[in-house]
Ligand binder design. Structure first.
Ligand SMILES: Nc1ncnc2c1ncn2[C@@H]1O[C@H](COP(=O)(O)OP(=O)(O)OP(=O)(O)O)[C@@H](O)[C@H]1O
Ligand SMILES: [Mg+2]
Length: 137
């Protein structure tokens, strides 16, 4: 399937301000394509919040990119989080409910799996985590 990315916005996440900018970008992009569903907005904001909080908490600082794509008459949102921290120590366990290296609830990534269409978690060769989440609407 050919995925034409139609729009992409990236924001630096070094504090909560970056997180707010990423939330704003999601709102604007949804508005631009005429989607007014509160449920979809809430799900996309949850993805941004969770990935952004993981950057701040586990990666230190990083970047969130939000892109849209069109395929088979639908719009896909791709939200990517990248950081330059130590990376995810245990990739297979990271998606397991209740697993946290940091006394968290360990539910964030698991929740994202439930509300998204696809989630890919990896470490970069140069260090740091990269997590990509797709949500088709
Ligand atoms: N950007 C990241 N860099 C390094 N490790 C990460 C990153 N994101 C997630 N992890 C690892 O994956 C684990 C699970 O993440 P998850 O978001 O599910 O739980 P949590 O952040 O620990 O708690 P919470 O339920 O509050 O989100 C984390 O505890 C951490 O070990
Ligand atoms: Mg988390």
């Amino acid at each position: 399937m050919q995925l034409g990315l139609t729009e992409k916005r990236c924001v630096t996440v070094a504090d909560r301000e970056g997180l707010c900018q990423a939330r704003g970008a999601v709102r604007n992009m949804l508005e631009a394509i005429g989607i007014s569903s509160e449920v979809i907005l809430a799900q996309l904001l949850t993805i941004v919040d969770e990935l952004g909080n993981n950057i701040l908490r586990h990666g230190g600082r990083g970047r969130l990119c939000i892109a849209t794509a069109r395929a088979a008459g639908r719009t896909g949102f791709r939200i990517t989080a990248e950081d330059r921290g130590a990376g995810i120590t245990d990739l297979p366990k990271a998606l397991t409910p209740g697993y946290s290296e940091d006394k968290g609830m360990g539910m964030g990534l698991n929740l994202l799996r439930a509300i998204s269409d696809d989630i890919v978690i990896a470490n970069q060769l140069t260090g740091g985590a990269v997590i990509e989440v797709w949500k088709w609407i």
